[in-house]
Ligand binder design. Structure first.
Ligand SMILES: [Zn+2]
Length: 193
């Protein structure tokens, strides 16, 4: 998306958020709210910027040939996403592991891939699977595993109001289908099952 297109979208979002404020019983003309529609529009564009980014290209931008065939783990990757059902935040930590098959990627690229998928409207299950598939498809490793632990504001602020519940999802391929390999990963990230 070009800067001009982004600006046009922002103006339209701004207009709609002003309407939303009125519908919620607020006065969008009062001082404290004057710039709120613009701020919300910008915030929402930032929080969904992953739609305009290509996670496979990010991995490929730092792909190296390497004989290393042991587990590579990046754990405790902080992420912030928004659930597609309520457009409320869910956030937590992602743990990613893979076993290279001739190709490795720059370690900083894995958190960036998590970020690209998190900056879209999501459900935790799909976020987990998309990260896994992106790594599997791009690096073609012997196996990849993704574990995500998150708190959902749509659960904590409304409805069932389970304040401290943590939702865990995981998905894996190849070598991680072996339970001993999975256990090694869980041990290394400090989570025993
Ligand atoms: Zn939700």
């Amino acid at each position: 998306m070009t800067e001009i297109e982004k600006e046009e979208v922002r103006l339209r979002l701004q207009h709609h958020y002003s309407e939303v404020l009125s519908l919620l019983g607020e006065n969008p003309e009062r001082e404290g709210l004057l710039k709120t529609p613009l701020r919300v529009a910008k915030a929402m564009q930032f929080l969904t910027k992953g739609y305009n980014e290509d996670p496979e290209a990010i991995l490929r931008s730092a792909m190296f040939e390497e004989d290393y065939q042991q587990m590579v783990i990046v754990k405790d990757i902080d992420f912030f996403s928004m659930c597609e059902h309520h457009m409320l935040p869910f956030f937590g930590k992602a743990h990613v592991g893979y076993i290279p098959n001739r190709h490795i990627t720059g370690l900083s690229k894995l958190p960036r891939v998590v970020d690209v998928f998190a900056r879209r409207l999501q459900v935790q299950e799909r976020l987990t699977t998309q990260i896994k598939e992106c790594i599997q498809k791009t690096l073609d490793p012997l196996g990849v595993i993704v574990v995500i632990e998150a708190q959902h504001m749509c659960m904590q602020m409304r409805g069932v109001e389970k304040q401290n519940s943590l939702t865990t999802t995981s998905d894996f391929t190849g070598a991680f289908e072996e339970s001993t390999t999975r256990e090694e990963f869980l041990n290394l990230i400090g989570r025993r099952r």
